[in-house]
Design a protein around this ligand. Structure first.
Ligand code: UDP
Length: 563
């Protein structure tokens, strides 16, 4: 039985010391202690004493190991990326607060000693018993485990969770398929269950959304902040001087400068001032709490197009700023942008922070075409005049993160035998009901095929998407979210038949877009390889059969009945 913890001092010891990255993470954990404790109290109340199993958990932060080069730690104080450290600090805090047994490793040696690899044996060929129920790591750590766990890696890989900022789509994860169809990248091809990859934002629901937290304000703080805003103060998003060199900034800045005083937090060395324009008030890289204070005074937080999808815009919005960012047209992706090249995703990014754009939106988030001076100027004028309340989506609060991680730990099991319905199988009686307007399928509540499934099968709603539409988007069109764990239930002739799809024939093949209907030839296709079930992906040739589900308000990872 796991018991909630509210004192984090032992966690701080477990986190070790020395590296600048660990110092940053520990400061953050310490500062957030009271918020975590309050969140634990609230969640405990919500769960009403339901039994929670205590797991033994190893957290191996691969990118911080010397063996993987640890390029991040030396840049912590120099404007390098901090988002990953924010996320790992919060993952550790969530696991610890939930009451699980925790070990943390940031070197290969520590990893080996925790895994029980005998000293001096780089690669242990024996299958040794693994003293952990769960291992959280990243792609670097995964590689290290593969090299040093010998046969146990294969045996225990289902216990691994990979923290993967931008996500890994199923087509890139399946080694044979990726190799045959041009989806091979530097990172993918691990043949894990795609849900074992955990992302920073809810990208494709093929992966699990792990997230991080942003500090939450109480009502008094919110009122104070609203009263103390300087209506003409703008802070530019980005810690590195290079963002000021991004194309087309001059025109943008001259417009902005007409209405607002521009502040920056760009790192610089004392001998060499940063390359930011003279009219910018640069504070240099600030410690996290001081950065938050600056956001509390500012009215506007402005994205220049890079970095992509970091924590700072959420912090700005939580502190009552409006976030202004540019629309990307054409969208950025692994096909056309260096940053995404080689990343195992085909996702198209339509703005610097798609989560802010689609999940938050106006009045907190304005996504405009920076090349259109009139649109930009009109947006800035309106923003200066509007009062905006601080806002933080529930899934980015401490309670929201605890709730989500709790649900994953209690319900996700990738070691169990694969799903109940083999491709093409028919239940003795159809488990489907056609919705009254004949547009989509529901799962009969009393159908016996999927007892104990999580999310529960009765939250399934299935649509035949329009040609060229991905299941991620098709589900969103109906106010729902794609749920890949429902694909096996849907991968049947029965589903097509109940939906009255006119299949002339049915084939079973390996294709990440299946199950689907090809209008040309009127053929229905079923998925042969369960690892390739994918919410992401589309082709104008196919109308995909898409499993959707509902979600809790502000917690897209969990269905209504998922707790
Ligand atoms: N941050 C900071 N000092 C600053 C600017 C930002 O400590 O002067 C923090 C900020 O609070 C956020 C973190 O840096 O939590 C990461 O922010 P960002 O969105 O820039 O993502 P990154 O590119 O660093 O991953």
């Amino acid at each position: 039985q796991a018991v909630f913890r509210s004192n984090l001092s032992h966690l701080l010891e477990l986190m070790g010391s020395g590296k600048e990255s660990l110092i940053f993470m520990k400061k953050r954990t310490k500062r957030l202690t009271a918020q975590w404790a309050l969140a634990a109290q609230r969640l405990a109340q919500k769960l009403g004493g339901a039994r929670r199993d205590q797991k033994q958990v190893l957290v191996h932060i691969g990118f911080l190991t010397e063996e993987s080069g640890d390029v991040f730690s030396p840049r912590v104080l120099k404007g390098g990326p901090l988002g990953e450290m924010v996320q790992w600090a919060d993952i550790l805090a969530a696991l610890y607060v939930l009451g699980h047994g925790l070990r943390v490793t940031v070197s290969l040696k520590e990893l080996q000693s925790n895994l029980g690899v005998p000293p001096g044996r780089g690669n242990c060929p024996l299958t040794m018993p693994l003293p952990f129920d769960l291992i959280y790591t990243d792609y670097h750590g995964l590689q290290q485990m593969k090299q040093h766990m010998g046969l146990s890696f294969k045996k225990y890989r289902c216990r691994i969770r990979v923290i993967d900022t931008f996500g890994t789509e199923p087509a890139y994860n399946h080694e044979e398929y990726a190799t045959l169809h041009g989806y091979r990248t530097n990172w993918g091809y691990w043949n894990l269950n795609p849900k074992q990859f955990m992302t920073m934002f809810p990208h494709t629901p093929d992966n699990s959304f792990m997230g991080f937290v942003s500090e939450e304000l109480n009502e008094t703080e919110k009122q104070l902040i609203k009263g103390g805003k300087a209506s003409n103060m703008a802070v530019v998003y980005g810690k590195e001087a290079s963002i000021w060199k991004l194309q087309g900034k001059e025109k943008f800045l001259s417009i902005l400068n007409k209405y607002m005083e521009i502040h920056g937090t760009v790192y610089y060395e004392s001998q060499r001032p940063p390359e930011v324009p003279a009219f910018v008030k640069n504070h240099g890289l600030l410690p996290q709490p001081e950065f938050q204070q600056l956001l509390r005074k500012a009215k506007l937080f402005i994205g220049f197009g890079f970095p992509y999808e970091g924590p700072a815009p959420l912090e700005a919005i939580a502190n009552g700023c409006v976030f202004l960012q540019s629309r990307f047209s054409p969208p950025h992706s692994s096909l056309n942008h260096e940053f995404f090249r080689g990343k195992p995703t085909s996702r198209e990014v339509f703005s610097q922070h798609p989560y802010a754009e689609s999940f938050i939106g106006k009045p907190h988030v304005w996504t405009v075409d920076y090349n259109n001076s009139e649109e930009l100027e009109a947006a800035i004028k309106t923003i200066v005049r509007t009062q905006v309340d601080p806002y933080l989506p529930y899934e980015y609060t401490c309670e929201g993160m605890l709730e989500r991680v709790h649900a994953y730990i209690q319900h996700q099991d990738f070691c169990a035998a694969p799903g109940p319905a083999p491709p093409g199988a028919r239940a003795p009686e159809s488990p489907f009901i056609l919705a009254p307007n004949a547009t989509h399928l529901k799962w009969a509540r009393n159908a016996s095929l999927a007892p104990g499934a999580w999310p529960p099968a009765h939250s399934l709603r299935a649509w035949l998407a329009a040609a060229g539409r991905a299941c991620t988007d098709a589900c969103l069109d109906h106010g729902l979210i794609c749920e890949p764990s429902f694909f096996p239930f849907l991968n049947s002739q029965d589903a097509f038949r109940t939906l009255q799809v006119p299949c002339d024939g049915t084939e079973s093949e390996m294709n990440h877009l299946y199950p689907a209907f090809a209008q040309l030839g009127q053929e229905c296709f079923l998925q042969k390889e369960p690892l390739l079930f994918s919410c992401a992906g589309s082709s104008s040739k196919y109308r995909r059969l898409c499993p959707c589900r509902d979600f809790r308000k502000g917690q897209v990872a969990l269905c209504q009945d998922c707790l």
